[in-house]
Design a protein around this ligand. Structure first.
Ligand code: ADP
Ligand code: MG
Length: 248
C-alpha cells in the first residue's frame, strides 16, 4: 500500500499553485499639494497582490483619497514609485484607457452624469472600447441586472434613491470587466440598510469576478470584512495587517 502511494506520488507530483500576481507596488510614495504646503502622502510603501481585498482606514485627512486617486491614475505622485503590474502608473501612455479597462472606481458621491439615464451612465466607460452600440446596450442591461436594477434602465439619477445611484455607479465601474476595483467610502452617503446591501453587492461581485478590491472606509465594521487592513495616519501607513474576514 505504502509503495502504491509512493509510486502514485512520484508519477504525479503535487503541483505548487502559482503565486498570485503583483498588482500594485508603491515605494516611498509622496504627494504634495500647494507647492509643498500640504503633504498628503509622506512616503508610503506596500504591495497588493491579485485577488486581495484591502481595506484602507484612518481618520479624515490622513491621505486615503489621495492614495486611491494615485492608484486610479486620477492624479500623479510628487515622488516615489507606483507601479501597476510592473509599469509606472505616472508614465502610462493612456491613463484614461487604463482607468476604463483595468480599473473600476466607485466614489462616495456616485458621480453619475445627471442628464444621462442609468443605461447611458453605465455605458460611458465602454466608449473607450470598440464595442458596437448594440453590444454596449446589451452589456449595460446585463450589468444593471447584476446589481438588481433591471427595472430602472431608463431612469435619470435624480429619480433614483441613493442606494440605487450607487448601484448604477457600481455597474458602471464594471463596464469593461476591470481586474481591480477601487472604492472610496462607497457607503458614506447611504443609510445603514443601504450600506449593508451595497457592501454585500461589492463583495459578491469581487468574489464572482476574482477582482482585487481596495476599499477606503472609516467604518471598522466594514474593514473587518477585508482580508487585509492598511491603517493610515497623517500621510503615512502606521499598520498593515492581514485579517480574518468576517464574511468569506
Ligand atoms: P482622506 O481621504 O483620508 O480624508 P485626503 O487624501 O482627501 O484625505 O486628503 C489628505 C490631505 O491632503 C488633507 O490635508 C487634504 O486637505 C489635502 N488635500 C487633498 N486634496 C487636495 C488638493 N487637491 N489640494 C490641496 N490639498 C489637498
Ligand atoms: Mg477621502
Amino acid at each position: 500500500m505504502a509503495q502504491v502511494c509512493q509510486t502514485t506520488m512520484r508519477s504525479s507530483p503535487p503541483q505548487a499553485a502559482a503565486p498570485p500576481a503583483l498588482v500594485f507596488e508603491a515605494r516611498g510614495l509622496k504627494k504634495e499639494y500647494d507647492d509643498g504646503r500640504v503633504q498628503a502622502l509622506r512616503g508610503v510603501s506596500f504591495r497588493i497582490m491579485q485577488g486581495e481585498f484591502v481595506a484602507i482606514i484612518g481618520p479624515s485627512g490622513c491621505g486615503k483619497t489621495t492614495l486611491l486617486q494615485m492608484l486610479g491614475a486620477l492624479d500623479v505622485p510628487s515622488q516615489g514609485i507606483l507601479h501597476y503590474r510592473g509599469s509606472s502608473i505616472a508614465d502610462l501612455p493612456d491613463p484614461s484607457g487604463y482607468r476604463a479597462r483595468e480599473i473600476g472606481i466607485i466614489f462616495q458621491a456616485f458621480h453619475l452624469l445627471p442628464t444621462f439615464t442609468a443605461m447611458e451612465n453605465v455605458q460611458m466607460p465602454m466608449f473607450e472600447t470598440d464595442r458596437s452600440e448594440a453590444m454596449r446596450a446589451e452589456r449595460a442591461v446585463e450589468l444593471l441586472k447584476s446589481v438588481g436594477l433591471e427595472h430602472r434602465l431608463g431612469h435619470f439619477p435624480a429619480k433614483l434613491s441613493g442606494g440605487e445611484r450607487q448601484r448604477v455607479a457600481i455597474a458602471r465601474s464594471l463596464a469593461n470587466g476591470p481586474s481591480v476595483l477601487l472604492a472610496d467610502e462607497p457607503t458614506g452617503n447611504l443609510d445603514s440598510e443601504n450600506t449593508k446591501n451595497i457592501l454585500e453587492l461589492i463583495i459578491r461581485l469581487r468574489r464572482e469576478q476574482n477582482m482585487t478590491l481596495v476599499l477606503v472606509t472609516h467604518d471598522l465594521n466594514i474593514a473587518r470584512m477585508a482580508s487585509r487592513t492598511i491603517e493610515m495616519r497623517d500621510g503615512l501607513i502606521v499598520a498593515d495587517q492581514s485579517t480574518t474576514p468576517a464574511t468569506a
